[in-house]
Write a protein that binds this ligand. Sequence first.
Ligand code: ARG
Length: 291
Amino acid sequence: MSLTDESVQTLPAATAEADRPALSRHYLMCRPEHFTVVYRINPWMHPHIPTDTALALAQWQTLYDTYERLDHTLELIDPIQGLPDMVYSANGGFTLDGKAYTAKFTYPERQAEGPAYGEWFRERGFEVHEAREINEGEGDFLLVGDAILAGTGFRTSIESHAELARVFDREVVTLRLVDDRFYHLDTAIAVLDPEGADANIAYLPEAFDEASRTELERRYPDAIEVSADDAQWLGLNSISDGRNVIIAEKAKGFEASLRERGYTPVGLDLSELLRGGGGVKCCTLELRIAR
Ligand code: ARG
């Protein structure tokens, strides 16, 4: 078979790509020095299978380096021995307009993380609002445009949604999760463009009850619907700067959809951290210092 000129011709680059500006962000992370799986609070965790902390550290470092390369500002909180899930900093609280709403964890195994992250916010000058209600921070609260999408069903209580609305004076949209593999909102929704009127998301429809699905369709008619095949690698657990979207490298379908829409997907292997039930987004807490 001979190649004709036509078959080797390169296609023009997706035009939309040039239109998507990347915004530099500020993130808080926690090195997985004490990472292991010794209890089971989600279906991904298997305490009888040994973990490799060195591998978790190396994979986490690739995420850190990727953020540095993309010009984001990074902060670190000291890991605490005996809190193996502390690497999932997304659960450490929710910040917006220079205020921090603290996490109050569902399970006793993680409860000491709440005050540790709260202390960090205080030292950094955030106006700290101590949560009275159970909530797992940015694991279940996602800022999209001017609204905060708030998950419930497995961890974060519905009462905390009202508390969150009072603290930040924003619209809070309650969404109910129904599949225990996708127990936090950030495992079922990816925020692609956090800012602006045309803020968009990607999500796994079957992770939600019917009322929540209807609400998501109404709000985001242009959303990317991701398949269970991609979600099973926690593909949706991703971080976008509006242009570059850091995802699990195995989420190939999601990667293709992102490319079609003019985003630049960046695939990473965080397989060791997936054994705790977390991915890219879980290891990243956004710090929104002022408006
Ligand atoms: N093992 C942790 C837990 O079950 C994983 C947390 C993942 N974090 C997230 N933002 N989804 O709580």
